[in-house]
Design a protein around this ligand. Structure first.
Ligand code: MCA
Ligand code: AMP
Length: 520
């Protein structure tokens, strides 16, 4: 019988662990559990125990394991356990409120839900109602029923056999219309991307990553964690971003990854100097546009040029500025601010006009991509999936950009109505529909405006129903009870009318222009 090739992502990460399994893999920094060392052996054994617990539940193959917990090393171990068990990891932002969780759980029908101990009451109610059989808790202080139960299981576990196209993770992304869609990523999508980035960013044997991003989205969970693990590199692990703590780690580390807000917050700390950053090798930015001012200021203050890259939940990483000479592009080495660099090896990227025809070099159009990294579709949404792909297999990103004669990709805007705030995506349609259901609101429009800390934030512009005078602060308060905190507009303004074009459509560009100075 032919031996099947193993494509399980955990198996590949495990194969990269260093020979000395007692060396530190993760060292915690800050918070209640600061100063803990987890060895590579700890990661292997603890994930084996959790995987054995999952196996003991006799779940059907491909079961979804939905996880809404505070960041912790144990949460990372849970992720590894789900990978090695062959089930599907479904991470959820800790900011999501009950209405949002109800939707995700109802849509994904997870067999297992893991939540923070303090949320067990309401989360378990939602989960059991949706048919979930098992709800565990996991705190960020090494407590919870998941660890209690896993403690009774063996610390050896045979990694499940997985094909490259087997589903590994579902990441929910909101949409311009309707509810969130679950992007289905396979073991092959993520492993191919991790290997490409390992080479492209020149990961070295002595690298140490400072991990300070949340682990429920692509940037912190995949780009950062896979990056370190596929290279057998240890991590300095912060459960919560703190600019001072990150800067303090720099003399013992080499790589940092962040969204632009993390860079601007560190620039505000006088401890950030060239000497403090001299041991570092690489600073990566992504998830939102990095302002050229931040790029320049970082270079002046630290002597390092931030490497900006571009990706999506549906595609993992797509483009990157070069780390070293890129032979595909005349050996260019320049990391150009305000660009996202070149398509990564293995990624085909094209810019097309509205009819789907490729545009001339330097011209602006819609960005489409193809490659092993591109997802297999939206969970239980075949029509939506078909809409987002071209007949020749390119995925329509919804980003608008151009490619210059040297090959650098620049993102100039988005055709999707999306606000990116501190690296989190906020879809105005979702906020508008929540506002429109509130008493006194006839109509609303939410637009993104520049913000010095978050890059961009939402502003809600509301028209009152005749005879009513809705209170802007009360509307914000009501939204807070319904939606994740980062989605809440930072300001709400009640106006008499919204600007419209001849077709009656709200002209959001005029609103953006009107309110662009609100936080300047
Ligand atoms: C927190 N607040 C925010 C945001 N974060 N408001 C707008 N946008 C945000 N991103 C608000 C809260 O609502 C709260 O307001 C107040 O700030 C304090 O909340 P707290 O949680 O304490 O904030 P923080 O700890 O200072 O968080 C800021 C942060 C965080 C560290 C910048 O947002 C963050 O970790 N962002 C990274 C997101 C990320 O990992 N994105 C990658 C997505 P109030 O007090 O009024 O309630 S992956 C991706 O995009 C693609 C694939 C890619 O290319 O990587
Ligand atoms: P998400 O839905 O969280 O996967 O966010 C993906 C979106 O983030 C992309 O479609 C882009 O609009 C945006 N994005 C990611 N990286 C960058 C970047 N370096 N510059 C500009 N936008 C980015």
């Amino acid at each position: 019988m032919a031996i099947k090739e193993q494509h399980n992502l955990y198996a590949a990460l495990r194969a990269a662990f260093p020979e000395d399994l007692d060396a530190t893999a993760v060292q915690t920094v800050g918070g209640a559990t600061t100063g803990l060392h987890y060895s590579w052996r700890d990661l292997e054994r603890a994930s084996a125990m959790m995987a054995n617990l999952l196996d003991s539940l006799k779940l059907p193959p491909g079961s979804r394991i939905a996880v809404q917990v505070e960041k912790s090393v144990e949460a990372l171990i849970l992720y590894l356990a789900v990978l090695r068990s062959g089930h599907v990891f479904l991470p959820l932002n800790t900011a999501y409120q009950s209405g949002e969780i109800e939707y995700f759980v109802g849509n994904a029908e997870p067999a297992v839900v893991v939540c923070s101990p303090h949320n067990f009451g309401w989360v378990s109610k939602i989960a059991f109602k949706a048919g979930t059989q098992h709800v565990f808790t996991l705190g960020d202080d090494r407590t919870g029923t998941l660890l209690d139960r896993a403690a009774h299981h063996r610390d050896r576990h045979a990694v499940a056999q997985s094909d490259a196209d087997q589903l590994a993770v579902i990441i929910y992304t909101s949409g311009t219309t309707g509810r969130s869609k679950g992007a289905m990523l396979t073991h092959g999508n993520m492993l191919s991307n991790a290997r490409v980035l390992q080479r492209y960013w020149g990961w070295r044997a002595d690298d140490v990553l400072i991990h300070a991003l949340p682990i429920f989205h692509v940037h912190g969970l995949f780009v950062a964690i896979h990056g370190a693990l596929i290279n057998g590199s240890p991590m300095r692990w912060l459960n919560k971003f703190d600019p001072r703590l990150v800067i303090e780690q720099m003399p013992q580390a080499t790589v940092f990854m962040g969204v632009p807000t993390l860079y601007t917050r560190m620039l505000a700390d006088p401890l950030l100097t060239q000497a403090q950053a001299s041991h570092m090798r690489l600073f990566v930015s992504g998830s939102a546009p990095l302002l050229i001012e931040t790029f320049n200021e970082w270079r002046e203050r630290t002597g390092h040029t931030i490497l900006e890259r571009y990706g999506m939940s549906e595609t993992v990483m797509l483009t990157s500025n070069p780390y070293s000479a890129d032979e595909r592009y005349d050996g260019q080495t320049e990391r150009r601010g305000a660009t996202v660099g070149f398509p990564l090896p293995g990624v085909s990227l094209r810019v097309v006009d509205e009819a789907g025809r490729p545009v001339e070099t330097g011209e602006i159009g819609g960005i489409q991509v193809r490659g092993l990294n591109v997802f297999s579709g939206y969970w239980r949404m075949p029509e939506k999936t078909a809409e987002e792909f071209t007949t020749d297999g390119y995925f329509k990103t919804g980003d608008v950009g151009k490619v210059d004669a040297r090959g650098y990709v620049t993102i100039v805007g988005r055709s999707k109505d999306l606000i990116i705030s501190g690296g989190y995506n906020v879809y105005p349609a979702e906020i508008e529909s929540a506002l429109n259901e509130m008493p006194g609101v006839a109509e609303s429009a939410v637009v993104g405006v520049p913000h010095p800390d978050f890059g961009e934030v939402g502003v809600a512009v509301v028209i009152a129903r005749p005879g009513t005078e809705p209170d802007a602060d009360a509307l914000i308060g009501a939204l807070k009870a319904r939606l994740a905190n980062f989605k809440i507009p930072k300001r709400c303004v009640v106006v008499k009318e919204l600007p419209r074009n001849t077709m009656g459509k709200v002209q959001k560009n005029l609103l953006r222009d009107q309110f662009k100075g609100l936080f300047a």
